[in-house]
Design a protein around this ligand. Structure first.
Ligand SMILES: [Zn+2]
Length: 533
């Protein structure tokens, strides 16, 4: 069976997404990861459009990709000139990539109203550009921009643009739902129409050689469904981005498409080994983009295989299939059981096993742990949102906790000077194996100053703390019960390149609560086993 080819455009279309910015070096790092994950084509950027993409292609010339084919993206030539006179097409060739992708217009509205050209000239632009790039020795991917919208308004012309690309030697013709407004059943019928047309227009042996691709956007929440549908109709190239990053509502999410193609449809695309790298790839790209990963992301999200209800949990312990559509490990993810005061013994036992904690020794059974959780939740803790602290708490009550550092003291000073924003200074004294360390640091507020000071103090002993950082800090006031003073609950979320964890602190004092959560977060990082990359 022919494999479905995965074409990643995270580095080009993905960067059109709000808040997605990559430096040229970031893009190189991501390209290497994509290559290592078995992606077939990597669209690196648009060398004609900005200096950063140009710089990326310069850097990429020194990188040897194992199997991915690097692709430079651009447009067909401008109206009224030859391809060799077009600076953007020249920039494509100068990128020296084995593959180039160019987009052309399929929608007459764009040709006439937006571009102010004629339908005939547009066909010539497509034909000339494709044949020029082919003559320059490139593999050519032709992206038919707005194909589905164009087809709906003038199917004959839209199909003619495809035929022109084919006649001039394009290796792939890619049907693009550029505006993302096409519904799945229209993708299905229009893609089928395309195949029917190509068979009529070309003789059998050339029609069989034509390779069709699909490029969808998520404006109706259908990008993945639309892609899958086109593959069922015969598309052999899938364009998308890691995590679905992209303009407006994003592109088709490859971290969902690849598992669906492989596991649900039984199609060849990436190897099992690479499929198991999906979760890490997703985390790596969100980390590099500095965007908090979406917990509910299908297949690779932190919550994708999380179970909360006690009945579900006892059922999956017997037979995971009962409440899971697939094995999480196949995509490098894992099952999680959420602990809360609603849950019973089986959740705690399962969770302890998952976190690698031994129960049963030291006279503690899981029932005692459940009652301790209930007590603490009564006092304002919420372990469902704080696995990191849950792990440390269970280790503490089963006498398995070995602190890697001890706090001697800290002092935080906050200064406010007229209209200037507050500034904070923290001094901290810790000891590690009897060796003392005192450091001071500044921060935007007391918690950030404390975080910076602790990080600096620990860095000497545990350089791995450099790889972690705080991503979220939530404070909730808990009503004082039974005449006690109100408390605050602080939840800190931290991450490194392949993991996210949350820790919690509860106190009447916000700094004390923050310190508890912060100390747990560092302890969690220092004791966790880093996943293999
Ligand atoms: Zn696009």
């Amino acid at each position: 069976m022919e494999p479905v080819l995965i074409y990643d455009t995270t580095l080009r279309d993905g960067t059109q997404g709000e808040n997605i910015n990559f430096s040229a070096e970031d893009k190189i790092k991501i390209a290497k990861r994509l290559d290592a994950a078995g992606i077939h084509y990597i669209e690196g950027g648009w060398p004609g459009s900005n200096p950063r993409d140009q710089q990326f292609f310069e850097l990429a010339k020194k990188v040897r990709f194992e199997q991915a084919r690097l692709t430079a993206f651009g447009a067909t030539r401008r109206p009224g000139i030859k391809p060799e006179e077009d600076v953007n097409i020249t920039a494509l060739l100068e990128s020296r990539t084995p593959v180039v992708a160019i987009f052309g217009k399929s929608w007459d509205l764009h040709v006439k109203t937006i571009m102010n050209s004629t339908l005939t000239e547009n066909l010539a632009m497509i034909g000339d550009s494709v044949s020029y790039l082919k003559a320059s020795g490139k593999e050519v991917v032709y992206d038919a921009e707005h194909f589905f919208d164009g087809f709906k308004e003038s199917s004959e012309y839209a199909l003619q643009t495809l035929a022109t690309a084919v006649e001039n030697g394009a290796d792939f013709i890619v049907l693009c739902d550029t505006n993302g407004g096409t519904l799945t059943f229209d993708i299905e019928t229009i893609t089928a129409e395309v195949f029917k047309y190509l068979k009529q227009r070309f003789n059998k042996s050339s029609a069989d050689r034509i390779k069709v691709g699909i490029h969808t956007h998520n404006d109706c929440g259908l990008a993945v469904a639309n892609t899958i549908t086109a593959v069922r109709q015969g598309a052999v190239m899938v364009q998308g981005t890691v995590n679905g990053y992209g303009e407006r509502c994003g592109n088709a999410d490859l971290t969902a498409i690849i598992p669906i193609l492989r596991l649900k449809m039984g199609l060849e695309c990436v190897s099992d080994e690479n499929l198991a790298r999906m979760k890490n790839l997703s985390r790596f790209v969100s980390e590099t983009a500095n965007i908090v990963p979406l917990n509910s992301r299908p297949f690779v999200g932190k919550s994708a295989f999380a179970h909360k209800g006690g009945i579900h949990v006892s059922a999956i312990m017997k037979e995971s299939r009962a409440y899971e559509h697939m094995q999480p490990e196949l995509v490098g993810n894992h099952r999680r059981v959420l602990v809360s005061d609603l849950s019973g013994k089986s959740n705690v036992e399962y969770k302890a096993k998952e976190l690698g904690i031994q129960l049963g020794g030291n006279g503690y059974d899981s029932r005692k742990i459940v009652s301790r959780i209930k007590q603490m939740e009564q006092a304002g803790y919420e372990f469902e949102a704080a696995e990191g602290s849950f792990k440390i708490m269970v280790e503490k009550i089963t006498d398995q906790f070995k602190p890697l550092f001890d706090l001697e003291s800290f002092r935080v000073v906050i200064e406010k000077d007229r209209d200037r924003p507050c500034s904070a200074h923290a001094t901290i004294k810790i000891s590690v194996d009897g060796r003392k360390e005192i450091t001071a640091a500044e921060g935007h507020g007391p918690v950030s100053a404390l975080d910076n000071a602790l990080r600096k103090a620990l860095d000497r002993f545990f350089p791995q703390v450099d790889a972690m950082h705080l991503v979220d800090f939530k404070v909730r006031v808990i009503d004082g019960r039974d005449g006690t003073a109100a408390k605050v609950r602080v939840v800190i979320e931290s991450r490194d390149s392949d993991d996210i964890w949350s820790t919690i602190g509860v106190s009447e004092d916000i700094i004390e609560a923050s310190w508890q959560a912060l100390a747990d977060s560092f302890h969690y990082k220092l004791t966790k086993k880093d996943e293999e990359k």
